[in-house]
Design a protein around this ligand. Structure first.
Ligand code: PAF
Length: 295
């Protein structure tokens, strides 16, 4: 049954004004950032947000800053009308949907000599600054006048950061912008993308945002977990069995890593809490999943 219709806000100043007005009435604001095309995972984040705050804001914005020019931003799926219907069906509903047209479009100044080759992003190694030459994300490719980026330098390096070098820089930057605009009390992220969640948690701590970062949803790599619980602590063995299962299901592994929950560094044997993170291609679709193992 359809519930209340959320207020749809497209202007960032309007969004900020809405949040401030609500807070001045003593309301607390829960925030779920999304790129739209909502599914059950997003709905579970909204349900989680309802446990923390009076009001809920969902943002729907496909962020060009986290796509490199070789990734197809223009074919990213969207169904705004369908999304609103889904939000109306959530118990307790959603109070506002922030749906900006473009959060980088404050000035245009296409640099000369723009190069659309994303391999021009080089990490210099040794923990230093990356060497940036030419375009690194769709924001630079479009010649938008944006040049400030938030980077969580160590946590962004491995796993998804390896295969998508501009991804976490774009996520950290847009989440910072969204936090500044929506000014929520609590923000909820899916633990499905464990690295993203850890990066945002770290960013909130390092940049002193007074926002609580909550999380939801967890799927299972349950066989590896039960093997580990039954004494198999050798990570190579655990990884091999999952890789084999993915391959025999027709997938192609991007990475399968068992890493320390705090540092995200790979471990050889499970001696402390770890998380098993996996990304695999099934045709043109890249899926990610993770499971914490606490033994
Ligand atoms: O997880 C996502 O959908 C996106 O990375 C996010 C957090 C909405 C930022 O664009």
């Amino acid at each position: 049954m359809a519930g209340k219709e959320p207020e749809i806000i497209t202007d960032k100043n309007q969004m900020r004004k809405w949040s401030r007005a609500m807070r001045s009435q003593g309301k607390t604001i829960g925030f779920v950032p999304t790129m739209g095309y909502l599914h059950e995972g997003h709905i579970s984040l909204i349900k989680e947000a309802h446990k923390h705050t009076n009001l809920i804001v969902v943002s729907i914005y496909v962020n060009p800053g986290q796509f490199s020019p070789t990734e197809d931003l223009s074919t990213y799926p969207s169904d705004f009308h369908g999304d609103i219907q889904k939000l109306m069906a959530v118990p307790g509903g959603v109070d506002a949907v922030f749906h900006p047209h473009n959060l980088y479009d404050h000035a245009k100044s296409k640099p000369t000599g723009v190069n659309t080759n994303s391999s021009n992003y080089h990490n210099s190694g040794g923990g230093g600054e990356p060497e940036r030459k030419g375009v690194v994300s769709c924001v630079e490719e479009r010649g938008l006048g944006h040049e400030t980026w938030v980077r969580v330098e160590r946590l962004e390096k491995g796993m998804c950061g390896k295969s998508r070098p501009v991804f976490f820089r774009g996520v950290a930057t847009i989440v910072t912008k969204l936090f500044n605009i929506v000014e929520p009390d609590v923000a909820v992220f899916g633990k499905k993308d464990y690295q993203q969640w850890r990066i945002i948690q770290q960013m909130v701590r390092d940049l002193d945002f007074s926002i609580e970062v909550a999380l939801s949803i967890n799927r299972s790599l349950s066989r590896a977990k039960s093997d580990a619980e039954n004494g198999q602590i050798n990570c190579m063995e655990l990884r091999n069995s999952v890789i084999q299962a993915v391959n025999s299901a027709g997938g192609r592994i991007d990475y399968a890593e068992i890493v320390d929950q705090e540092t995200l560094e790979a471990v050889e044997e499970i001696q402390s809490p770890v998380v098993f993170c996996i990304a695999a291609w099934f045709g043109k679709v890249r899926l990610i999943d993770n499971l914490e193992i606490n033994i």
